[in-house]
Design a protein around this ligand. Structure first.
Ligand code: ATP
Length: 874
């Protein structure tokens, strides 16, 4: 079982970013969690649908830096169970992947990486936010010549680059061209890509779409020149750009369109017609590119030299090696991956297997390979998004770099920046070297119509590549990569061989096929043909409009079975299947487990924090009710206090309240009145609560907390007691005014008040007796509590030894408390009155029998008594 190499092309954000992200709000993280993810990407809406499945929008979950916006990508998701092993479909997928990883050109869609889990293979591509090119033309009806010229130059540049790498697209058509945000062209869909040998580029497998397919592919069974077939397709595309329609269509309006044979006979016999609005110069180019005879047809180099493309000569003169070099430099300029030790590596790793050029298990011929061929580690490009208008800030490293990287019109993709870099380098090269630039090059450099809508200054490269190019072999200077493609001979199949470069000279040492090369003899022509039929069937099921989509292989009389499909690489997908099936039991919706774990750990930090807080809140939810009740009680107690105070004052002021409740009360008994009113006045909170608790229907015995009742009681009592002293002194002061007269009234009132509890004793003096002391606090409390807790009146009865009504008990307890206090008050009051009486009685007793004392003493007697006492003293 082969081990699945860990994804290495993504280096994630520094841990600080994760730390910051933890501070995201709960809302952000919760929304994050809902996202469908695939590896390090959040999967968005469907961009389109092709033969292999849906292409989804994606965003990198972790931007390279906190300043970067998430990179947008297009993820072509291919269900693995729809790819039979060794099928044509499988080969097609891996053709595309293998081809794209070798191609770095601003007009070829960039392969970011390839991920896979148990269900899907995800081909992560550069996002072309400008949409499909054919729709662009449809919208504009036809393109202006200047626009068409720019875009055709881009197309030819990309095709030239591809051919220089020994690859032919074989399915170039409007539907396989996309636009980026700045309306630059992107060649995509490399499913029919193939390698060719410069010496023998003949191919026999016809593929592509009939309307774009060169006649030689359709009408003959002879091997065809692969590159010339691509050029024909480019001619058809150019015609469509300028005319707004295809030169030869297969639609029903064309009498020969529904019959491929007839169509191509028509094509070969009929000279090309042009609408009036196409000017002569592009007509000339079209005639040369759409020549039925491939030998007479223009080659790419001839097209590049055509005068119609002169405005873009500078761009077109950039060599493939220079594109590679610029791309490489661009990668170097990118921020290096942060070093992480295994334990502290917070970078989320995907269970999606990806190729890894750094992996020990690397197999360059693996079908699932690294998305790039860079010799340097390639972190995600910084802010490569085309869709986000806001330019991202350059990384600190980039700011430090003496080489200024500026935003290219095509966002800031490596290739796009490279484009301008090379143009500038070329300028510099020509300026400093003795070799004079070609007139074409000069004129191109002076062009005011660059092929890319660049709006910024270009980066400067310091490599000056010699402008020497052989067929499919590009050489550059020492610091440049020398690229040579391995030839394909006859039926022998090769993969693109990696370059053996002398580290000292930078020269290529050898080119040899590497790794296991399996000629796809297993894909016999029959199988291929069947597959093509299947493909055709599948294509017909495409949902997006495809005016010209079908494959000529199913229509041609192509019956050579001896010609094998040139091999690309060994499909290793199924080797890794087992591993993946064990490790990656996640579907698309379920992110690969490892990523999930890491991400969930990271996200869970946020969630954890949130949950901790939320947990506290939740926790306190139940306790909070109690706490809230306590607070409520406290507030109520405070209210109670206020009420007490208020009522006390009210009672002081309006003793009539007491009178109403307890009958006529002497106005002078303000102190007693005060206390009685407070504790017996039904509107007081305590009494209210007691009243509530008395309601049997509610049965809410717990509603009134014993503690709170007690504290209420105590509070009330305390407040009463504390106020008592003041009132007492006040009463004392007041009593000073009419002491004698009040004492009787007080006694009588006290007597009447105690009658309910102690019976009709009728003796005012007994109030001040010790046995008539008010119950202790404990007793009073007990009474209240027992009543509150539902004790029957009998209990209270037993305590009080009285048969009383609840009201009486209430009053009793209140009165008892009052009695205690009022005892003092009464006592004081009584004492004052008694003293006055006692004072007189003392005087009487001092004088002996008051009754025996003569009512009037004679003056003589008085004098005698005086002298008697005086003599006694003496
Ligand atoms: N890089 C991309 N950026 C934006 N959209 C894309 C990208 N790649 C593909 N699409 C969209 O997805 C659609 C299908 O893509 P594509 O043609 O590559 O899929 P396919 O499975 O290879 O289909 P076919 O081989 O039949 O063309 C395209 O028409 C386009 O709308």
């Amino acid at each position: 079982m082969t081990s699945v190499p860990q994804r290495h092309t993504y280096y994630g954000a520094p841990s600080s970013v994760y730390t910051q992200s933890r501070h995201l709000s709960a809302f952000d993280t919760s929304t994050k969690r809902k996202h469908v993810t695939f590896g390090p990407y959040i999967v968005g809406s469907t961009l389109g649908e092709g033969e292999f499945g849906k292409v989804k929008m994606g965003w990198s979950k972790h931007p390279a830096s906190s300043l970067d916006v998430p990179k947008q990508v297009a993820i072509k998701l291919v269900r693995r169970d729809t790819i039979p092993k060794n099928s044509e479909k499988e080969v097609k997928i891996y053709r595309e992947i293998n081809a794209l990883k070798h191609l770095t050109h601003p007009n070829i869609v960039k392969l970011e990486e390839v991920l896979q889990n148990s269900k899907y293979i995800g081909i992560v591509l550069e996002y072309a936010s400008g949409g499909e090119f054919y729709k662009y033309i449809q919208k504009k009806r036809r393109l202006k010549e200047s626009v068409a010229c720019r875009l055709f130059a881009q197309l030819i540049s990309g095709v030239c680059y591809m051919h220089s790498k020994g690859l032919v697209h074989r399915d170039l058509k409007l539907e396989n061209l996309l636009l980026d945000k700045q309306e630059n062209l992107l060649i995509t869909d490399f499913g029919f890509v193939n390698e060719f040998s410069p010496e023998d580029e003949l191919m026999k497998t016809s593929c592509g779409s009939p309307c774009y397919a060169a006649p030689e592919l359709v009408v003959t069974t002879w091997p065809y020149q692969a590159r010339k077939a691509d050029i024909w397709s480019c001619g058809v595309i150019l015609y469509a750009m300028l005319a707004g329609y295809l030169p030869w269509d297969d639609d029903s309006e064309n009498p020969d369109g529904d019959d491929i044979g007839k169509l191509y006979r028509y094509i070969t016999k009929t000279p090309l017609k042009f609408p009036d609005y196409i000017s002569p110069v592009p007509r000339d180019l079209l005639r040369e590119t759409l020549l039925p005879d491939p030998k007479k047809r223009f080659s790419t180099s001839q097209i590049l030299q055509h005068r119609w493309l002169r405005p873009h000569q500078a761009f077109l003169s950039v060599l493939p090696a220079e594109w590679d070099q610029v791309s490489k430099n661009q990668d170097i300029l990118r921020r290096p991956p942060p070093k992480r030790d295994g334990a502290n590596d917070s970078r989320p790793r995907s269970n999606c297997s990806v190729s890894s050029s750094n992996s020990k298990n690397e197999k360059r011929n693996s079908l699932i390979m690294d998305s790039t061929l860079y010799s340097h580690p390639v972190p995600p490009q910084q802010s490569q998004s085309h869709a986000v208008a806001t330019p991202s800030s350059p990384s600190p490293r980039m700011r430090q770099s003496p080489i200024k990287i500026s935003r290219h019109s095509r966002s800031n993709s490596a290739a796009s920046v490279a484009l301008q870099a090379v143009v500038d380098a070329e300028k510099e090269y020509h300026a400093t070297h003795s070799n004079p630039p070609s007139s074409a090059s000069l004129s191109a450099l002076q062009s005011e119509n660059p092929p890319f809508s660049s709006q910024s200054t270009s980066p400067r490269l310091h490599s000056h590549a010699p402008r020497k190019q052989s067929h499919a072999t590009v050489s550059s200077l020492k610091d440049s990569i020398i690229i040579e493609t391995s030839p394909l001979k006859g039926s022998s199949s090769h993969v693109l061989s990696p370059l053996q470069i002398d580290p000292n000279t930078g020269l290529i040492l050898s080119t040899k096929p590497e790794g296991p090369v399996i000629p796809l003899t297993h894909t016999s022509h029959k199988a291929s043909h069947a597959a093509s039929n299947n493909t055709t069937h599948n294509l017909s099921a495409h949902r997006r409009p495809r005016p010209t989509s079908y494959h000529p292989t199913s229509y041609t009389a192509f019956n050579d079975t001896s010609y094998p499909i040139p091999a690309l690489t060994v499909p290793e997908l199924h080797q890794s299947d087992e591993k993946i099936s064990v490790e990656n039991q996640q579907s698309l919706d379920k992110t690969p487990q490892h990523t999930l774990q890491k991400d969930s750990h990271r996200l869970s930090q946020t969630f954890l924090d949130t949950q901790i807080v939320a947990g506290d809140l939740i926790k306190t939810g139940d306790d909070g009710a109690t706490a809230a009740k306590k607070i409520h009680d406290q507030v109520e107690h405070a209210d109670h206090k206020i009420d007490l105070m208020r009522h006390r004052r009210q009672s002081q002021r309006y003793s009539v309240v007491y009178d109403k409740l307890f009958g006529a009360v002497p106005e002078q008994c303000e102190v007693l009145t005060d206390e009685e009113t407070v504790l017996t006045e039904p509107s007081t909170p305590l009494v209210r609560e007691m009243k509530v608790s008395q309601e049997p229907t509610k049965g809410n015995k717990k509603r009134f907390s014993i503690l709170s009742a007690y504290s209420s009681y105590n509070t009330s009592k305390t407040s009463i007691e504390s106020d008592n002293g003041k009132e007492k002194s006040k009463a004392t002061k007041k009593s000073g005014a009419g002491l004698e007269g009040r004492s009787t009234k007080t006694s009588s009132r006290s007597s009447s008040a105690t009658q309910d509890v102690k019976g009709n004793r009728g003796d005012s003096k007994e109030i001040s007796k010790p046995d008539m002391q008010a119950p202790t606090d404990k007793e009073s409390r007990k009474t209240v509590v027992s009543y509150k807790t539902g004790s029957k009146p009998e209990q209270i009865e037993s305590q009080g030894q009285q048969s009383v009504t609840p009201q009486a008990v209430k009053r009793s307890s209140s009165l008892r408390k009052t009695s205690k206090n009022s005892t003092r008050t009464n006592r004081g009051s009584v004492m004052i009155s008694s003293l006055s009486r006692l004072g007189s009685s003392t005087d009487d007793s001092r004088n002996g029998n008051v009754e025996a004392r003569p009512r009037e003493q004679s003056t003589a007697k008085k004098v005698i008594d005086f002298f008697k006492r005086r003599s006694m003293r003496l």
